[in-house]
Design a binder for this molecule. Structure first.
Ligand SMILES: Cc1cc2nc3c(=O)[nH]c(=O)nc-3n(C[C@H](O)[C@H](O)[C@H](O)COP(=O)(O)OP(=O)(O)OC[C@H]3O[C@@H](n4cnc5c(N)ncnc54)[C@H](O)[C@@H]3O)c2cc1C
Length: 432
């Protein structure tokens, strides 16, 4: 057994963990990052990323949940869409992230996709126009993407971006390392150690054997699935329940002429008029097709020959926090009656838009229940306080598991802002 010493241990390198590690390291704190995944270089920007960086789980009830296990966490495979924090954080929990959101948008140059992209995407353009004719409004999305580096005919955001156009939390990890932090990858944290209600470190498995890291402070950023598993193994009460994941239905169909969303970037336009119920938007042909395969709609594989004229849309549900995860990773998540109603309403709207845009109705396939925003499992008010501390002193959580419920929108900007605010409050405490 190997043993190490650190001031602060940060577990996980998604937007939650990486932001905190960076802030603390930049302020001169002694930080050690422990990351379960590898620092994958290959394949990044390649469809085979599905086999390496992706962890895809199926709940006992059939809902799929995707996350990234690699340096950068799920941002390595995210679309790069940016949404302001859900209103309930400020209104109900009095957590005002407006300053940090503004700072992050400026720092990362978050902006909508350039208008000329739209002109280059005939399939997406048709969907946007069809939505408008039917009384919906698919608006250009703000993204963590640098248009100067992006290739608008690539659509590989969900497999990692080999061009460096998409911001990922790897950038914050590397900033932390430049400022003196250390990192151990392929380090699977199992549990937190404590004595007399005070954190003392963590135990992890590495390819070289068991590792114990003694630390004064531990911050879990292992995500909505990883963090509750660690907390439960460490005896923290209440962790692992109230799981949500914003499951999507991804729809694919064949255009009656040759105009599809082939090589058009996914999730660049979305209708947000039903946030709280669902959000719907465009999907590139490759992602629409891959979703059917991931949902085991295997006969759809024969449609691969039609990829150039395939059209995709998604409907992302704001689901109820009714799921749970066990310490060994067994997942329970079903659609509630309310979820089913909201999803049916969204799928019906998207189907009408697709048909209006020229998709042959009989070719539309719906891959239902693919989630990518796991959270709720160590929620503020149940497992952590508004200072993000657990019942164990100096054991904190900063990732999507602290969200008490789904906002129905992608959470990365919120998590970066939360990470900044949280880290700065820790630094203030240390100084005082
Ligand atoms: C396909 C897809 C597309 C998405 N698109 C968007 C989007 O456009 N915009 C947006 O805002 N959000 C998007 N999301 C969601 C977003 O990426 C996640 O919600 C967000 O990254 C969650 O951040 P996190 O810090 O909670 O966890 P994660 O990013 O999942 O990071 C958790 C980290 O902890 C590590 N870890 C896990 N367990 C352990 C352990 N036991 N020991 C050590 N390390 C561990 C993981 O390897 C990972 O690095 C998308 C997600 C997916 C899957």
């Amino acid at each position: 057994m190997q043993s190490l010493q650190a001031g602060t241990v940060v577990v996980g390198t998604g937007p939650g963990g990486a932001t905190v590690a960076r802030e603390l390291a930049m302020a001169g704190e002694d930080v050690l990052i422990l990351e379960k995944g590898r620092d994958h270089r290959f394949p990044v920007g390649n469809i085979t990323a599905y086999a390496t960086m992706y962890d895809i789980r199926r709940s006992k009830e059939g809902v799929l949940v995707r996350r990234g296990i690699t340096t950068g966490g799920s941002t390595m495979i995210y679309s790069g869409n940016s949404y302001d924090p859900p209103a309930f954080l400020k209104k109900e929990l009095k957590i005002d992230l407006s300053k940090e959101v503004k700072e992050t948008k400026r720092e990362l140059n978050i902006r909508p996709i350039p208008e000329d992209y739209y002109e280059r995407w005939p399939g997406t353009k048709r969907l946007v126009q069809a939505a408008c004719e039917l009384g919906y409004s698919m608006e250009p999305q703000e993204r963590f993407i640098d248009p100067d580096l992006c290739d608008p005919s690539c659509d590989m955001c969900l497999f990692g971006c080999s061009r460096g156009a998409k911001w990922t939390s790897r950038e914050y990890v590397y900033d932390a390392l430049v400022h003196g932090a250390g990192i151990i990858t392929r380090c699977d944290v199992q549990k937190v150690l404590s004595t007399g209600g005070e954190v003392t470190g963590v135990v992890a498995y590495t390819p070289k054997g068991t590792l114990v890291v003694n630390a004064d402070r531990v911050i879990l950023g292992a995500g909505g699935l990883g963090t509750p598993m660690i907390l439960q193994r460490s005896g923290i009460k209440g962790a692992g329940t109230h799981f949500f994941t914003d499951p999507m239905s991804v729809m694919a169909g064949i255009s009656s002429d040759s105009v599809g969303t082939w090589r058009e970037i996914t999730y660049t336009f979305a209708d947000e008029s039903h946030v709280g119920e669902f959000v719907m938007g465009n999907v590139g042909a490759v992602n629409a097709f891959m979703a059917q395969i991931a949902a085991l709609h295997l006969p759809y594989a024969r449609r691969a020959v039609h990829l150039p004229k395939m059209v995709g849309m998604f409907v992302k549900l704001c689901d109820e926090a009714n799921g749970s995860i066990e310490p060994d990773g067994t997942l329970h998540k079903a659609f509630t009656v309310k979820d089913e109603e909201k999803m049916a309403k969204g799928v019906d709207a998207a189907r009408k838009i697709m048909i209006r845009a020229g998709v042959i109705p009989e070719t539309i396939s719906v891959a239902k229940g693919i989630g990518g925003h796991p959270g709720g499992t160590a929620a503020i008010g149940r497992v952590v306080g508004t200072d993000l501390m657990t019942e164990i002193s100096n054991l904190y959580v900063c990732d999507n598991s602290v969200m008490p419920r789904s906002g129905g929108i992608p959470p990365v900007l919120t998590l970066i802002a939360l990470g900044k605010k949280f880290a700065r409050s820790l630094l203030k405490k240390t100084k005082a």
